[in-house]
Design a protein around this ligand. Structure first.
Ligand code: ATP
Ligand code: MG
Length: 575
């Protein structure tokens, strides 16, 4: 098999995105060829005009002027068509690239998000996909320049073989220089891109955490770090632009020398009568254009070099090269009772063991509580039940089905989780709830909001259910956000609902009300509640007490008060 460097391979893989729009691609290529062919007519007719400087003929000159105008009009039309077609193609490819990247990102295993700054993903999603979709645009644009200039060299070769050969030598030497330039350009550009990616990551962190930054007075710490990154990014940007410009200047100076030699050679041929003055003038007029052939070629090579970097980073995500994909089975849960069983479950976060042979059972339609110190792994247990993280060994059963074998829909539709710090989207209240169940009617939404004790709060807002809540529900209080998140989980009507400290920010009155709602849900749902405040779970059907990442006791509240000293101590301290 042909060996291909991985970045080149990524670029080839990109072709499949363009192949979907074969017709548009062909049209773009045909139009850019057409443009080159028509543009070539201009110097030929302009040359003819120059031929009149010995015997002036106003009629003929007028005729040629009309033709030149016609050529210009056709060029304008063709360029316009080309531009519209290529923009349409860009748009389509850009959308497909972004769509695929988003699909992959949302299928990442959660652990990929633990050690990567989200800004990196945003930068790739935004910039790399746009750059890749513009690649065809730039390449076809420069490509028509290449055709135009190659044709012109052939034309010069016909006029005077030596001048033509001289131009070709000039081009080969300049090309060699530009290869050298590209080598340095690629290196410096890659460093710039990496710095830029990290910087976008820090910007994202700063903007998302701006409240914390202000509250904890972290402004100077943050700004210092970001400024350092900005300096790194800007200097690496300057370096790559400078590298490019320095080499361009060198190449230009080199061309000037060649220009000079070109005139001397031409003068020699004119004095020799082997070159007419008008031919010389045409060649001289267009010579610099021909030399821009190298610019076109190096532009294409630069764009391809950039494209290779972007394509590598793009396929890194889309093909899960450096990231792992969530795996689901094929089994579907048709009717679910709601039993849960952990059997010898071992789990570690990034090689750090948290659970070793954890085992317990939760009966369907019961309300079970998991309690224990902070960091014991309570939230993690819930995340393992909804398969946010993959276990290392052991088995988790939902009813009698191994969680590993269930398909994504079965897991995500039947298990809802109200997380410890729920994220509220920058949408209206109604849309925030409806997104969990698009079929829900307005009445359903009001019903779950009443259940979650948030209805009255919503009715007091200016636009009630249509009120926009801002990023992460900024206009809502902590307790309101929690209740909204509960309403959002309730509307899903999942059989298994997991509450992770879901009422920790509520006042006693609201907490008491929700406690009863949650308890009543266990009539036909399996409920797991994780809570610090033991008073909120005394009515649970079973309480699991975690210590040292193991279940050390279980039973009803009254039983644990008698049998488990740690539990009793915890409860008494709270009281
Ligand atoms: N994404 C993660 N990557 C690495 N370690 C993690 C991750 N999430 C949690 N941990 C670690 O796993 C342990 C258990 O975390 P977990 O959130 O399950 O605790 P918890 O019992 O819910 O605590 P709390 O009562 O404070 O919410 C902690 O030591 C924590 O540092
Ligand atoms: Mg927790």
């Amino acid at each position: 098999m042909l060996y291909m460097k991985s970045d080149t391979k990524s670029l080839f893989n990109l072709l499949k995105y363009y192949k979907r729009y074969k017709l548009l691609c062909i049209l773009v290529i045909v139009l850019s060829f057409g443009y080159a062919a028509i543009s070539l007519l201009s110097p030929i007719y302009e040359g003819k005009l120059l031929g009149f400087f010995e015997n002036f003929d106003s009629d003929k000159i007028f005729e040629i002027a009309i033709i030149l105008c016609g050529i210009r009009i056709i060029i304008e039309i063709v360029t316009n068509l080309w531009s519209r077609t290529v923009l349409k193609l860009n748009g389509k490819v850009n959308f497909d690239l972004k769509k695929d990247m988003l699909e992959s990102l949302t299928s990442f295993e959660m652990k990929n998000f633990d050690n990567t700054n989200s800004g990196i993903f945003i930068s790739r999603l935004n910039r790399d996909t746009s750059e890749l979709s513009e690649l065809f645009d730039y390449i076809t644009d420069d490509f028509s320049g290449i055709i135009l200039n190659v044709s012109f060299i052939i034309y010069v070769l016909f006029i005077n073989l030596y001048l033509g050969l001289f131009l070709i030598i000039n081009i080969i030497l300049t090309y060699t220089l530009s290869t050298k330039k590209l080598h340095y350009y690629k290196r410096t550009r890659k460093i710039y891109k990496e710095n830029d990616e990290n910087l976008v990551g820090s910007y994202t962190d700063l903007v998302r955490g701006i409240r914390e930054v202000k509250n904890l007075n972290l402004k100077s710490v943050f700004l210092e770090t970001i400024n350092r990154q900005q300096i790194d990014t800007i200097s690496s940007e300057i370096k790559y632009i400078d590298t490019r410009r320095t080499w361009n200047r060198w190449i230009k100076s080199f061309q000037h020398i060649f220009d000079f030699i070109f005139v001397i050679i031409s003068v020699y041929f004119i004095s020799n009568n082997s070159l007419t003055i008008s031919s010389f003038l045409i060649v001289f007029l267009y010579k610099n254009k021909v030399l821009s052939l190298i610019d076109y070629v190096s532009e294409i090579r630069e764009k391809l070099a950039d494209g290779k970097i972007s394509a590598m980073r793009f396929f890194d995500i889309v093909n899960f090269n450096n990231y792992s994909k969530e795996e689901f089975g094929n089994n579907e849960l048709n009717t679910l009772n709601g039993n849960i069983k952990f059997e010898n479950v071992c789990f570690s976060y990034h090689e750090k063991t948290l659970f070793n042979n954890l085992g317990f059972e939760i009966e369907a339609n019961k309300m079970v509580a998991i309690v224990g110190k902070s960091g014991e792994g309570k939230s993690t247990i819930l995340k393992l039940i909804n398969k946010s993280y993959e276990i290392d060994s052991g088995k988790i059963y939902i009813d009698s089905k191994n969680l590993k074998d269930l398909n994504e829909e079965s897991i995500k539709n039947n298990i809802s989780i109200v997380s410890q710090a729920p994220y509220i989207f920058n949408l209206s209240i109604k849309d925030n709830i409806r997104m969990a169940n698009p079929n829900a009617t307005d009445e359903d939404i009001v019903f779950v909001c009443k259940q979650a004790q948030i209805h009255n709060d919503i009715m007091n807002l200016e636009n009630q259910y249509d009120t926009f809540v801002g990023e992460n529900g900024v206009i809502l209080s902590g307790g309101q956000k929690q209740r909204l998140a509960i309403a959002r989980a309730l509307i899903k009507k999942s059989k298994i609902i997991l509450f992770d400290e879901a009422t920790s920010s509520l006042d006693n009155k609201n907490q008491e009300k929700i406690k009863n709602v949650i308890k009543s849900l266990s009539n036909n749902h399996t409920i797991i509640v994780v809570a610090h405040r033991l008073s909120t779970i005394v009515n649970a059907d079973k309480i699991y007490f975690l210590n040292d990442h193991k279940i050390v006791a279980s039973g009803l509240h009254n039983e644990l008060m008698k049998s488990c000293d740690m539990y009793r101590n915890l409860y008494e301290i709270e009281q």
